[in-house]
Design a binder for this molecule. Structure first.
Ligand SMILES: [Zn+2]
Length: 500
């Protein structure tokens, strides 16, 4: 290692990063937050607009009830306290994609506060074990989205910027974390858990490509042990969690280097260039007072009373963390498989529905674990792209349960499903519903031959070593090329072995 690298590592360990995240999540309402325009993504530019969201003089906002319910539900899932009364405020700034000249948001009295997300943090020391860390959520508030500036894709794009105002007035929640995130990895974990929680509540599709989940990161560094926070930079508009982690790694190193070389960090907004892996200064960061916040005069205070809150709370589903713990307990699967099965609520629902409908729910779980996961992993396929559906797993489990197919036949059929990209019932039909050999006379013949060929084990069995039955079952299964029904073989064997 070169001296430069050595000293930079030393410098980095002498400093402690402090990270806070601001996440904007688009709510899945059919209409916008203050008017009845559609929120549909992909509509032709400037078609989902009206005087209200275009900010025409005299147009008045009317709050969307569903947006409030979704925001409250999300805040509850994030363990927040819901404030009975919250206030909408105008955040004033000039930007071409903001026709009103202000954004309706919430400021000093937000919808919800004091929440937290639990994340698993890898313990230091390389033991591989985890601990749980609570990262505080300062607030969850409602606001409207701005429009979109289009800098590319038009013949005159080198000179002009086009504006699409379809997104103007689309309902968002902003989820602000406490500055309690200590590393880029923790930030990644926090975002992963946050997205999972929001997806489980169903209030957003969290689609990052379509902008329904956007994240800004505030980061500063301070000498380890110092109480006061350093000056922070804000990294904006990073479009994947992986890039956020990379941007933070770069930015922390940059700040340490600036301070170490005698410079000062300026409060600013920076953009991350994922091709270069670097952040660039975009503009000096506004302070809150630059926005001249004041209460929105066209909207009444928002009141979510106890009764409404209770109604919303009833729609709160079991969240991923709780569900994982329950799946492990109820179906006896591993933590890892529970993790995979709860990757989305719909997959977890499918699994449980299939397992419950099957004759033996645990067998479904076993098959997912022993036969499905490995094949998915070997082919690098996500469980959600699995050719065999949860229903397919359940129907195969029932066939094994009833003795219609053997474990060996199930494995072969699973391989065929993956080769053909088809679900289990379909392949089972195509293969002519192979019947297990329960042709008694054929099996009896095989058994007789095996007993003759193995006098020693036979002697041991008859001398009282009953566990030898396993050896004989294995031999018969092998001789029948896995086509025999093991249970049936067992019965026949017992009969034959016991007649002396
Ligand atoms: Zn509108």
């Amino acid at each position: 290692m070169s001296t430069t690298a050595d000293s930079s590592v030393a410098a980095q360990t002498a400093y402690e990063p402090v990270i806070g995240l601001e996440v904007h999540v688009q709510l899945l309402t059919a209409s916008k937050i203050f008017c009845s325009c559609s929120t549909r993504f992909g509509a032709p530019p400037n078609t989902n607009v009206c005087p209200v969201c275009l900010g025409m003089p005299g147009a008045l906002p009317v709050l969307n009830r569903k947006a409030v319910e979704f925001a409250t539900l999300a805040a509850m899932a994030l363990n927040c306290r819901i404030n009975e009364t919250s206030i909408f405020a105008r955040k004033n700034y000039f930007y071409p994609d903001l026709p009103k000249g202000y954004q309706i948001s919430q400021y000093d009295r937000p919808l919800a506060e004091f929440g937290y997300i639990e994340v698993q943090i890898l313990n230091t020391g390389g033991t591989g074990d985890h601990r749980v860390k609570k990262i505080g959520i300062t607030r969850v508030h409602l606001e409207e989205d701005a429009g979109k500036s289009l800098h590319e894709g038009f013949p005159d794009s080198d000179e002009k910027t086009a504006i699409d105002l379809n997104r103007t007035g689309v309902p968002l929640i902003e989820i602000v974390s406490e500055p309690e995130i200590a590393t880029p990895d923790e930030a990644y974990e926090y975002l992963t858990r946050l997205k999972e929680i929001i997806l489980y509540t169903g209030v957003s599709d969290c689609n990052m490509e379509e902008g329904s989940l956007r994240c800004d990161a505030n980061v500063s560094v301070r000498p380890r042990g110092q109480k006061a926070l350093g000056t922070k930079a804000e990294i904006k508009n990073v479009n994947s969690f992986r890039f956020i982690r990379e941007a933070l790694v770069y930015e922390i190193a940059r700040q340490v280097e600036v301070i170490e070389s005698g410079g000062k960090i300026v409060q600013e907004t920076r953009l991350y260039n994922s091709h270069e892996g670097k952040t660039y200064s975009m503009r000096s960061k506004e302070q809150a007072h630059d926005y001249r916040y004041f209460p929105e005069p066209d909207l009444l205070p928002l009141v979510v009373d106890e009764k409404w809150k209770a109604e919303i709370a009833k729609t709160l589903p079991e969240l991923a963390e709780a569900r994982r713990a329950r799946l492990v307990k109820e179906y006896g699967i591993t933590e890892y498989d529970a993790q995979v099965l709860t990757v989305s609520k719909s997959l977890a629902d499918q699994f449980e529905a299939a397992a419950k409908a099957a004759k033996n729910p645990k067998r479904v779980a076993n098959l997912v674990q022993s036969e499905l996961m490995g094949r998915l992993k070997a082919r690098g396929i996500d469980i959600e792209q699995s050719p065999i559906s949860m229903k397919g797993v359940a129907s195969s489990a029932d066939l094994v349960e009833s003795g219609a197919i053997s474990g060996k036949m199930l494995k072969d059929l699973y391989d065929l499903c993956f080769d053909r990209g088809k679900d289990f019932p379909q392949v089972y039909d195509e293969e002519g519903r192979p019947q297990q050999s329960s042709d008694t006379s054929a099996l009896e013949k095989i058994i007789d031959e095996i007993l003759v060929a193995n006098p020693k084990p036979l002697e041991q069995y008859r001398a009282g070593k009953k566990t030898m039955i396993g050896f004989f079952v294995g031999q018969v299964m092998k001789a029948s090329k896995g086509q025999a029904n093991p249970q049936f073989v067992n019965e026949l064997l017992v009969k034959k072995l016991d007649q002396v």
